[in-house]
Ligand binder design. Structure first.
Ligand code: IPM
Ligand code: MG
Length: 361
C-alpha cells in the first residue's frame, strides 16, 4: 500500500515534532512493506508570510489529493493580532473544507507519568477517556460573526447555530466509539441556557435510543469541567459541541500531565482511496514558540497522532498498536522530554525521543 500523506509542518515547533512523527511512520511502514509518499505544504504563519494566504490554493489541492493530512501547529507571536488574515483561519478552513466534523481527542494517563500531573495520583490513575468534539459548526463558523461600531459603541457578535443532522452524526460517532470501549457516553451542553444546548440534548436522546447497549447521560458543560478534575475516571466518551470541546479538551489534557502527550484525529464521512477515513491528525498542543528551535519539544503527541493516522486512515491496526506500545515502553524505561520531567527520569530531546520510539517499535 502507498500511504500518501500531506504534511503541514506549520509554525515554530511544528516542523520539529513533525519530523519525528514522519520518521516513526516511515520506520513502521517500511517494516510492514508499505511505501510512504509525503506531500509537504505551507499552512499558517509561514504560508501567510510567503503567499498572503493562511491556506494557499496549492496546500488545499495537496490536502485534498492525499489519503491523510498530518499537521504540526500553526500560529505564534510573529502574528499581528489585528491582521485580517490569521494563521488559525488556515486550520479552520481545512477542517471545514475537508468536512471533518468529528474531532477525537483521547486522554490516556500512562502509569509512568502519573507524577507529572498537577492532580493527585489517586485522581488521575487509570484515566482513559475521549473528548469527542464537534468540529465544523457552532460558534467557530456561525453567521453573523464580526465587529461593528466605533468607540464608545463597539459591538461584536458570534453565533452558535446547529441543525439536527450536525448533532446526530456527531452523536453517532460517539456511540460507535463507545461500543469499542467501556460503552458509556456523556453529552455536555448548556441546555439550561442555550437553545442549541436543548437541541443537542433532544437529538442525543434520540440517538441514544438506537444504542440500548450503551449507557448514556447528559451533563451540563460547566459541571463536566468540574467532574473532569474531581473524578475523571467516570468518563469514557464525552461528546460535545465545538467551543465546549475546545475548552474541555485542554482541561482534560492536563490530567495526562502535559499537552505534549496528547494526539488527535479529525474525521468525517469522507473516505480515501484505500476505503478508510480521510483524516487530519495533529497534536493538541500549539506551536510552543517559547521552546521552539531548541530541540527539546516533546514529539510524543505527534507520534501518537501518527498512530491514530495508521489506524483510522490506513487500517493498519497492528502497526498503530506497535507505535503506541513503543511510546509506552520508552516512558516505562524512564525516558522523558522536559515537559513531563519526573524524579529519576532521563531527560532527552525531541530527536532522541524519536530515536527511542523507533528503537522500540
Ligand atoms: C484546537 C485549537 C484551535 C481551536 C485553534 C488553534 C484555532 O485551540 O485545535 O483546540 O480553537 O480549535
Ligand atoms: Mg484548543
Amino acid at each position: 500500500m502507498e500511504l500518501h500523506i500531506c504534511v503541514l509542518a506549520g509554525d515554530y515547533a511544528g516542523p520539529e515534532v513533525i519530523a519525528e512523527g514522519v520518521r516513526v511512520t516511515q520506520a513502521i511502514a517500511a517494516r510492514a512493506g508499505h511505501r510512504v509518499k509525503l506531500s509537504p505544504a505551507l499552512l499558517g504563519l509561514g504560508a501567510i508570510e510567503k503567499t498572503g494566504k493562511a491556506l494557499p490554493a496549492e496546500t488545499w489541492a495537496k490536502a485534498k489529493a492525499a489519503d491523510a493530512v498530518l499537521l504540526g501547529a500553526v500560529g505564534g507571536p510573529r502574528q499581528d493580532p489585528k491582521a485580517k488574515v490569521r494563521p488559525e483561519q488556515g486550520l479552520l478552513g481545512l477542517r471545514k473544507g475537508l468536512k471533518l466534523f468529528a474531532n477525537i481527542r483521547p486522554v490516556k494517563v500512562y502509569d509512568a507519568l502519573i507524577d507529572a500531573s498537577t492532580l493527585k495520583p489517586d485522581v488521575v490513575r487509570g484515566v482513559d477517556l475521549i473528548i469527542l468534539r464537534e468540529l465544523t459548526g457552532g460558534a467557530y463558523f456561525g453567521k453573523p460573526q464580526g465587529r461593528s461600531g466605533r468607540k464608545p459603541e463597539r459591538t461584536a457578535v458570534d453565533t452558535t447555530a446547529y441543525n439536527e443532522e450536525e448533532v446526530r452524526r456527531l452523536m453517532r460517532v460517539a456511540f460507535d466509539l463507545a461500543r469499542g470501549r467501556r460503552k458509556k457516553v456523556a453529552q455536555a451542553d448548556k441546555s439550561n441556557v442555550m437553545a442549541t444546548g436543548r437541541l443537542w440534548r433532544e437529538v442525543a436522546h434520540e440517538v441514544a435510543a438506537e444504542y440500548p447497549d450503551v449507557q448514556y447521560e447528559d451533563v451540563l458543560a460547566d459541571a463536566c469541567a468540574m467532574h473532569l478534575v474531581r473524578n475523571p475516571r467516570q468518563y469514557d466518551v464525552i461528546a460535545t459541541e465545538n467551543l465546549f470541546g475546545d475548552i474541555l479538551s485542554d482541561e482534560a489534557a492536563m490530567l495526562a500531565g502535559s499537552m505534549g502527550m496528547l494526539p488527535s484525529a479529525s474525521v468525517g464521512a469522507g473516505k480515501n482511496r484505500h476505503g478508510h477515513l480521510k483524516g487530519l491528525y495533529e497534536p493538541i498542543h500549539g506551536s510552543a514558540p517559547d521552546i521552539a528551535g531548541k530541540g527539546i519539544v516533546n514529539p510524543l503527541a505527534t507520534i501518537l497522532s501518527c498512530a491514530m493516522m495508521l489506524r483510522w486512515s490506513f487500517g493498519l491496526t497492528a502497526e498503530a498498536d506497535a507505535v503506541e506500545r513503543a511510546v509506552e515502553k520508552a516512558l516505562n524505561d524512564g525516558l522523558r522530554c522536559a515537559d513531563v520531567r519526573s524524579p529519576g527520569a532521563t531527560i532527552i530531546g525531541t530527536r532522541e525521543m524519536g530515536d527511542a520510539v523507533i528503537a522500540r517499535l
